[in-house]
Design a protein around this ligand. Structure first.
Ligand SMILES: C[S@@+](CC[C@H](N)C(=O)[O-])C[C@H]1O[C@@H](n2cnc3c(N)ncnc32)[C@H](O)[C@@H]1O
Length: 255
């Protein structure tokens, strides 16, 4: 009887430890993965939950709790938005381009407002979605230039003027004075348009300034991983770093 009780107790205890460990890994995924990184290229704090990351993000934006729509899901998660915000506030870029508008537009627009400088161009394949983002930006008191990108039949997307000219991308903006793109955030189009649809963003790489950052969201997905491999072969001058954010973030840096 006693040995049986002992066995039951051991099984329950071991089960409990395994359960606790897996929960800890789930909530603290970012922490565990980042520990393996020798020198993270950006300060990414040890946020154990997306709620905690969201609170810190709002602090960076100097906005009160509740000032941002829900994050995650279709929208970018708080952890990658922190990367964006910290980079913009620190580097004070002259031009930020985003592919895939939404909550990230609010974060980018607000950081540029806090910097007191910097142009922002937001691209989306969906006009209705651009309109929603434009309304949110207006309500937040932020300027907004949104441009539609079109989806080609082969499911890659084309940028206005095929991305050869920033003048085409920045209609009416003072593009002659713009040296190039300092930050390119790629969070669209969605996977429904092809697993490798975001590969087309490389059309903009020729416009990157020295020291520029390209940030690809959803980089943990198989399609984005294949895109990263293509880019590594095609653009060896862009150093790749993968961060284990909630959805995976690929950083390309141009020295
Ligand atoms: C991953 S989302 C972009 C999210 C954006 N960067 C953000 O932080 O909110 C990619 C694209 O999906 C589309 N999209 C966003 N939310 C959607 C929704 N709830 N339903 C359908 N499409 C959506 C938009 O066209 C958007 O550009």
């Amino acid at each position: 009887m006693i040995p049986l009780l002992l066995i039951v107790l051991i099984v329950v205890n071991v089960g409990g430890v395994v359960l606790l460990y897996s929960l800890r890994r789930k909530t603290g995924g970012l922490y565990w993965e980042l520990r393996g990184l020798k020198s993270p290229p950006l300060t990414l704090s040890n946020h154990r939950t997306q709620e905690e990351a969201r609170a810190y993000l709002l602090h960076l934006l100097q906005w009160p709790p509740g000032a941002l729509p829900p994050l995650g899901g279709w929208a970018a998660s708080a952890d990658i938005l922190i990367l964006l915000a910290e980079w913009i506030l620190d580097r004070k870029p002259a031009l930020v381009v985003e592919l895939g508008s939404g909550v990230s537009s609010l974060v980018i627009g607000r950081c540029l407002q806090l910097n007191g400088r910097g142009q922002f161009l937001s691209c989306d394949h969906d006009v209705a979605f651009l309109a929603i983002t434009a309304r949110r930006m207006r309500l937040a008191g932020l300027p907004y230039v949104g441009t539609r990108v079109s989806l080609a039949a082969d499911s890659w997307y084309s940028l206005p003027g095929n991305g050869e000219s920033l003048d085409v991308l920045l209609p009416g903006a003072a593009s002659e004075t713009t040296r190039g793109i300092d930050l390119l955030f790629i969070d669209g189009p969605p996977m429904a348009h092809g697993e490798e649809v975001r590969a087309g963003a490389s059309r903009l790489f020729r416009h990157l300034t020295p020291g520029a950052l390209v940030l690809l969201d959803d980089a943990a997905r198989p399609g984005e991983r294949r895109v990263a491999q293509q880019w590594a072969a095609e653009f060896p001058e862009l150093k790749q770093t993968f961060l284990a954010t909630e959805k995976g973030a690929l950083l390309l840096t141009k020295e």
